[in-house]
Design a binder for this molecule. Structure first.
Ligand code: PLP
Length: 273
């Protein structure tokens, strides 16, 4: 993606997500990815997590009105050409984000495309979303999405479909699309039975497949956030959704190849490759 010439204002994108005190996932992954993709990252913090490479010890939610006000404030002055949601933690925050996005023109069929990464838990299984907030993810957030990017655990929580092969991945994509998103990607990266990592993109009409070699590494912390942030970056540069996904898939593969050890647990993917 093009970097802007010196002194020229780059395109802007907004991430609405949680922080990671370990610096690998969440808003830190989003801002680093966007910066490397030639995008100025604006940030609306929804939650502060207490975590390191071993796991998430807890999180603190930002008041829903403050989350919405950050979005309003950024859009009013700076303006963004794509947005992304990550960890939103609670029903109240999800509802406030959906409300403010609709109000300022962020979301499907509006001026600014919205990538929804429906973050529910860390890869260690630590919760990042109150379990009663799944209804709000289904009912108000996914219907607003230009593209939604669940991993297989999130697919199961949202649709009750266990993805084990291509046929179940297609059924899951249809079920997610029926919730109202314009596009859905079912990410196959966690399907360990396959030697390739294949993501399935669906718009209610056609299925597109994106396959990359599986990178064997335990250092994949922040991988989902990085993929979604790369999609948002490409959309901010004016790419179509299929073009953005193709770009992001190559991007995350590089970030996995360049991932590194950190602390005693899982190291992060590396957007600075
Ligand atoms: N922390 C935050 C704030 C996140 O948004 C995410 C993922 O979306 C994670 C942690 C978990 O990342 P991982 O599942 O890669 O460990």
């Amino acid at each position: 993606l093009p970097l802007s010439p010196r002194g020229e204002t780059p395109v802007r994108a907004l991430t609405i997500a949680g922080t990671d005190s370990g610096g690998g996932a969440g808003i830190q992954a989003d801002s680093r990815t966007m910066a490397m993709c030639g995008v100025h990252a604006c940030v609306a913090v929804a939650a502060v997590t207490v975590q390191n490479s071993v796991g998430v010890r807890g999180f603190h939610e930002i008041p829903a009105e403050t989350v919405a006000d950050q979005v309003r404030c950024v859009v009013e002055d700076i303006g963004v050409s794509a947005a992304k949601t990550g960890m939103l933690a609670s029903t109240q925050i999800i509802e406030a984000v959906a409300q403010v996005c609709s109000e300022v023109g962020i979301g499907r069929d509006m001026e600014v495309p919205l990538v929804v990464d429906p973050v529910c838990a860390s890869m260690h299984g630590d919760p990042l979303l109150h379990s009663d907030a799944l209804d709000a993810i289904r009912g108000v957030l996914i219907p607003l999405a230009t593209v939604v990017t669940p991993n297989l655990d999130e697919v199961r929580l949202i649709t009750s479909i266990e993805v084990v092969d291509d046929a179940s991945a297609r059924r899951a994509a249809e079920a997610l699309h029926a919730l109202g998103t314009q596009w859905v990607i079912v990410k196959g990266g966690h399907l360990r039975s396959s030697e390739k990592s294949t993501d399935l993109l669906f718009d209610g009409d056609r299925f597109l497949e994106f396959s990359t070699p599986r990178i064997e590494t335990g250092n994949d912390h922040g991988g989902g956030d990085t993929l979604a942030a790369a999609i948002a970056s490409a959309l901010a540069h004016g790419r179509s959704v299929p073009e953005a996904v193709e770009f992001a898939k190559e991007w995350i593969t590089k970030c996995l190849e360049w991932s590194y050890d950190l602390g005693h647990g899982h190291g992060p993917v590396n957007p600075l490759w």
